[in-house]
Structures are given as structure tokens and as C-alpha cells.
Design a protein around this ligand. Sequence first.
Ligand code: ZN
Length: 245
Amino acid sequence: MEISQETDVLIIAAHPDDAELSCGGTIVQLTASGKSVVIADCTRGELGSRGTAELRAQETINATKILGVSTRVNLGMSDGNIQLSQENIHSVISLIRRFRPKIILFNPPYERHPDHENVHRLVRTAVFQSGLTKIETYFEDTLQNTHRPKHIFSYMQTYEFQPSFYIDISDYFDVKTAAIRAYSSQVFVKDENDENEPVTFISKPDFMEMLEARARYFGALIGVKYAEPYLAIEPVGIPSFGIWL
Ligand SMILES: [Zn+2]
């Protein structure tokens, strides 16, 4: 018998903290409304300049609880060297077929960190191949059924793109920020940071300010306080104007 489950939204990310930073508000909105959300981190972020892989693992557990997500998996790929290899493609296909998501959110195509771009390619390839019956994958020794999500969208990271749409996260911005602060070895948390650690792009106080300013700006564009932008990889249709009437 096939071991699988249905999931509303699967988030695939290169590193632990990518999900919190880029779509944390959306995740909290989903879990708060009872939707099933699974996060899959491709690596353990072991190349991060600050903290250790062990510390980051504990921070990830804490952040996951704050987001209200019950299932988070790690694909164990090597940080800084995510290849579009057959092994990695199969690993993502197996993930998609195991959780059978309706929607996948994943890293954008053009990014500052090469791992982010590589995961974008990897997911695009895996989503396509996951629908092919001749590509066989196994989970716990059982042959998996094919599966393709209905929609795939990229969240925004460092580099901007022209968003296809925005999600209103005004009610969830505080929880998103709390989940990000759980990564206290990586980001600036007042009175908690180790001054002996190297300063990185995301460990400066400016980074959290930038994150809030951007969410506020995107919110302003759609007339709400805070929003997260998304890129539709495929053309998206809406059922009718009825969703606004
Ligand atoms: Zn990342």
C-alpha cells in the first residue's frame, strides 16, 4: 500500500530560515486557519558563518513550533553545493510524492545566494518529473504514485522580482518576526547576540528593519499593513470575479 498523505502547502527551501524569512507570515496564516503545511529544508545550513549546525537545528525546531507547523523534514543535501543531480532530483520527487501538496512554495529563480537558484531549478525539474510514471521513486521501500501540485509559486528573498500577487499577512507579522528571532545565532536579537561571532548580511540590525520596511511597502501596495509577494511560475487563472464580490 502506498504510504502518502495529502498536504495543502509544501514549502521547499535551500536553508533552514529561508521559509521563515520569506513566507513566514503566509505559513502562520495557513496553519492558523487549519491548513496542512509541511516545510522541507534541503540543507542544514552547515556553511553558515555564525553558530553551529547543532544550534541551528535547535533554532529550527523552535521556529517551526512558533509557525504552528507539525511536519518539517530535512533532505540532507550539502550546503553551498546543491547540484541538479539525479540523486537530488529523485529526493525532491520522492518528497513531492510523499506529501502530495496542492501548492508548492519555493526559492525564486534569480537570487543572491546560488543555492537558492539551484533549489529553484531542482524543484522545477522535480515537479515535472514527479508526474511521469516511468520515473520510479520509493519511500520506505514502497513504490510511490505520481503527483503534481496544482500550483507552484516562488517566494521573494534578497533580490526583487515583479510580484504576480501579494498575500496579506498583517495579522501574522508579529508571529513571523518571532519565528525569525528564534534563529538568534543568525539574525540580530537585542542583548542576545554573541559579539565574538562574525557579522553577516542578515545579522545586522539593519536587516530586520529592511525586512519590516519591505513587508510594509508591499502591504501599502495592496492597502493593508504587511504583505508577502509571490511569483507565479505558470499562468494563474481565478475562477471568477466572484472571489471579490
Ligand atoms: Zn537561504
